[in-house]
Design a protein around this ligand. Sequence first.
Ligand SMILES: *Cc1c(COP(=O)(O)O)cnc(C)c1O
Length: 437
Amino acid sequence: MKIFTEHQQEVAETLRKTASKSDWTDWKWHIRHAIKSVDDFERVLGVTFPEKRKRIFERTLRKFPMAVTPYYLSLIDPDDYENDPIFHQSFPSADELSIGRYDMTDPLHEDEDSPVPGITHRYPDRVLFHVSNVCSMYCRHCTRKRKVGDVDSVPSRADLEQGLEYIRNTPQIRDVLLSGGDPLMLSDEKLDWILTKVGEIEHVDVIRIGTRMPVVLPYRITEDLVEMLKKHHPLWINTHFNHPRELTASSRKALRRLADAGIPLGNQSVLLSGVNDCQRLIKTLNQKLVKNRVRPYYLYQCDLSEGLTHFRTPIGKGIEIIESLRGHTSGFAVPTYVVDAPGGGGKIPVMPNYIVSWGPNKVVLRNYEGVITTYNEPESYEPNYCDRECANCNLQLKEEDAEEKAIGIEKLLSDWDDTTSLTPENNERLDRRDDAA
Ligand SMILES: *Cc1c(COP(=O)(O)O)cnc(C)c1O
């Protein structure tokens, strides 16, 4: 493989004959010089696509635009770009135009779970706050592909005020995820303002930022940025590495800066056919992440967004990957594998089955080696009867607002609620009952 720094200089020089070293580490330079056309891509990478393929690429770009930072592009191996994981994540494929039967423009119904522009409120106690409509690079596997390149702008303070107002008026929200686009596309000043405003809201306990900058443009993680971020603790950052090749010296330096500022780091990968659908690859990725103080958080099943069909694997592939991680490597190097429910149900964890069988007194379990074992249930166990009066409970949860209401399966399991079943809408049997009445 090429030595990245040399190759980076080559790329930089192709882009602009005089690209100096200081240009190369200036994140704004990369945004100004993002590669957006097939011609530029060919020129910078030093490859030539066959004329016919080129026309198909250009057609794809008219539907789903391209943008790649020179930095990220410089990680592609020009001699084997057809198999290159960076290439697949950044360069269009003709397959994006074939819309599968089950594909949707907004599979997660984010637009429907949006009480005010910029907010997705799906779970009881946390919201997504879309503070930027842009990214430094457009991932080909983006779940929000429908929006990519739509509005190339960052929201104004007035736009953001609506979201802030919603969070202020919704006391259940204790966790705010700044998302986008990429929040780190905002200037330090704007981000500082948002973090200050969100931080001032009393019921907000934590703020998280979801960003791919450490992967696609690590020079964004400047000392100034980090100095600003660390004023806003407790602040968490989740990033998005998909392949071990992405953990370059520059990326590792960016992660080190963030971790040194006391920011807990997590990683969300997406399982992508032809990019990372391999047990050993994901294990290597996760081991390298923890070595850089990043905790693998989620491994996502690829969403049913339009234009992603060629990236999708069966769910079985993900289960197989978890099977080869759990027990085989550090527990904190094992992410939770999730399917984001089409229709907006949120993330559903999926994993191998470890319970083999179950009787009244014993549970039969198996471990990662296939060893089958029995766990004897306690002979006497007195569960605490729960009426949700925490103040009178001997378990001493003396928190003031410990009494949020139970929903879903939690409610079915509870002592204090008489609900015995949950029935999906449009149940035909109940419709017949209504008709008879
Ligand atoms: C993923 C997601 C969250 C955060 O979920 P966690 O499991 O808490 O990380 C919140 N809101 C929406 C809409 C999401 O998609």
